[in-house]
Ligand binder design. Structure first.
Ligand code: SF4
Length: 495
């Protein structure tokens, strides 16, 4: 068995993912998504920029074949020469090495219960003065990541590199460094992370050696970009798995299992007192209503909701429905889409305020302010906090007076907030897509999401292909229309 850095990274993110990567049928993997491809390219660019800034004189190991043992030998040859910075090195440790050669206590990090080799590919190996088997120098690992935070999975993998390097150069494991998105450096505390590596690696090997397939648990945030998503989702659906019930988190799921609640039906029928004792009565009540809604496939008014929906969701002669498309990598909001409704004439006009070039963001911000000022009394409906946060960002960036921003934001009505505080729908998530689809709204281009628009915009900037812009505009207009549809449905349902 081969314990790799990639396997550890996946295991830390999702144990099931690591299992499927070894035992799964690769034909069941999702096709590569444009968005993932884009993330990979951005990561490469980030590495290249970091190298240029901090380590312009790196060397790469030279090898003719792509066998990782030869790559490891080529890496070691550079370390023996004392090269100051090695890019794309390979660290390999065979099972036999561990059996025969035990210079440091760290060697028994994983015990001897399993027969496995280790493979790691740190972004960089950096030379320092000191002692090692190579001479008066030793190496420490550097990992370059696009993430903003030093995530636990980065630290585990960095500790893995330190462990392999220590054994290879016959030193204690050297302190690893993470270089993150803003090119900030972060040192990993090995006192803390070597023991965690030991636990993680041992558990991972145990799972793989005994072919213990971890249960499916669909978590939107974690599963969204996973290439096993369709495979896992189909299983979860066929089992009517509780992770598909909004509000059931992994820890709540465990608590529910502890009291014998394993299915959506048993969740709806469970004793509220028992559940309340374990997860709190408000949450128990909410989850039970959610389960009931799913079983009956019908929307419910929240028992706690007492408000006057017409006061919370105003109806006016003019109304604006607003949705933004952004490019996070450039910190750019390139499309401010506004659908104007005039009730008396039953007209609907869509204004796609588009920055064809990133430099045009200020211009579309001003166009947006002019448009909403033309309809001073019109409420501005949107879905989620993002629109409000963006208004604040753009106002600050382009020096819009605070008073003007405050008066603008006082017109904003967040329909996501209105929905989650007033109704329960038989959906798997309270995203605009899920809600609008259930109430009968359909996007003209099904299966497209905001992340695809991010890729299209990026491609537009590179190719100048206007059909990409047209697709983005259509998607954005449908988002605005879905928001309108949701508003009308909510008023009718609660009115
Ligand atoms: S889809 Fe989710 S549960 Fe399945 S392997 Fe991927 S992250 Fe894990």
């Amino acid at each position: 068995m081969l314990l790799t850095d990639v396997l550890l990274l996946d295991y830390k993110r999702c144990q099931r993912r690591a299992f499927l990567n070894v035992y799964g049928d690769s034909l069941e993997k999702n096709a590569e998504r444009d968005f993932l491809l884009k993330l990979r390219q951005e990561n490469q660019l980030h590495i290249a920029t970091t190298l240029e800034k901090f380590y312009p004189h790196y060397q790469k190991p030279q090898y003719n074949v792509s066998n990782f043992e030869d790559r490891a030998k080529a890496t070691q040859a550079l370390m023996e020469q004392g090269v100051s910075c090695i890019y794309k090195g390979t660290l390999f440790e065979s099972h036999e090495f561990r059996q025969q050669y035990r210079p440091y206590s760290s060697i028994s990090l994983f015990g001897d219960n399993y027969r496995f080799a280790c493979l790691g590919k740190p972004t960089l190996l950096i030379k320092h003065p000191g002692k090692s088997k190579f001479g008066d120098w030793f190496y420490s690992p550097v990992s370059i990541h696009l993430g903003r935070r030093p995530k636990p999975e980065y630290k585990i993998v960095a500790a893995f590199y330190a462990y392999l390097l220590g054994n290879l150069q016959e030193t204690p494991p050297p302190t690893p460094t993470l270089i993150l998105r803003q090119q900030n450096h972060y040192e990993v505390d090995l006192n803390q992370w070597l023991p965690r590596l030991q636990t993680t690696a041992t558990d991972c090997l145990e799972m793989l050696t005994h072919s213990q397939e971890p249960e499916v648990f669909i978590s939107r945030q974690r599963c969204n970009l996973c290439h096993w998503y369709n495979h896992c989702y189909a299983i979860a659906q066929s089992q009517q798995h509780l992770s598909l019930v909004p509000g059931v988190t992994p820890s709540r799921y465990q608590s529910l299992l502890d009291i014998g609640v394993e299915t959506v039906e048993s969740l709806a029928d469970a004793c509220p007192v028992n559940m309340g004792e374990i997860i709190g009565s408000d949450l128990a009540n909410q989850l039970q209503q959610q389960a009931q809604s799913i079983i009956d496939n019908r929307a419910l008014r929240k028992s706690q909701f007492q408000g006057n929906i017409h006061r919370l969701i105003p109806t006016q002669e003019f109304e604006l429905y607003f949705d933004i498309e952004a490019e996070p990598e450039r910190n750019l909001d390139y499309l401010l889409g506004v659908l104007l409704i005039e009730r008396s004439t039953q007209t609907e006009t869509f204004y796609p305020l588009l920055a064809e070039n990133p430099e045009d963001e200020q211009q579309i911000w001003q166009q947006f302010l002019d448009l909403v000022n033309e309809y001073k009394d019109a409420p501005i409906f949107h879905f989620s906090e993002y629109e409000v946060e963006t208004m604040k960002r753009l106002a600050k960036l382009y020096q819009t007076p605070q008073g003007q921003l405050e008066s603008l934001l006082s017109r904003f009505v967040d329909l996501h907030h209105r929905v989650v505080t007033s109704v329960i729908l038989p959906v798997e998530s309270y995203s605009l897509k899920s809600l609008a689809n259930w109430i009968g709204f359909h996007w003209r281009d099904p299966g497209i999401g905001g992340d695809q628009c991010v890729c299209w915009y990026d491609q537009w900037l590179k190719t100048g292909d206007r059909t990409l812009l047209a697709s983005i505009l259509r998607y954005n207009e449908d988002d605005c229309r879905a928001t309108l549809y949701l508003k009308n449905w909510l008023l009718e349902f609660l009115g």
